[in-house]
Design a protein around this ligand. Structure first.
Ligand code: ZN
Ligand code: ZN
Length: 74
């Protein structure tokens, strides 16, 4: 199951050079994650191959299933 969907055409995005690329729209997106509790932007941490998200304001890790993901045009 992919969470990486183009917000305009709803196709799967391609991972390319650290950014997400939509072939259909020719748009490059940056993925941002926001805290479900305080709406701050989260810091992505890579641990053991699995991504997790840390909120600096709440000072705790947030479950990937709860964070709000947003794609912004690069
Ligand atoms: Zn698209
Ligand atoms: Zn927070």
């Amino acid at each position: 199951m992919s969470q990486n969907i183009c917000p305009s055409c709803l196709q799967d995005l391609e991972w390319q050079e650290g950014k997400y690329h939509c072939g259909g729209c020719s748009i490059v997106y940056i993925k941002k994650a926001f805290c479900p509790d305080c709406e701050s932007e989260l810091e992505k941490l890579q641990a053991c191959g699995a991504a997790s998200y840390f909120c600096n304001r709440c000072n705790e890790l947030k479950s990937k299933s709860r964070v709000r993901i947003q794609f912004d045009k690069a």
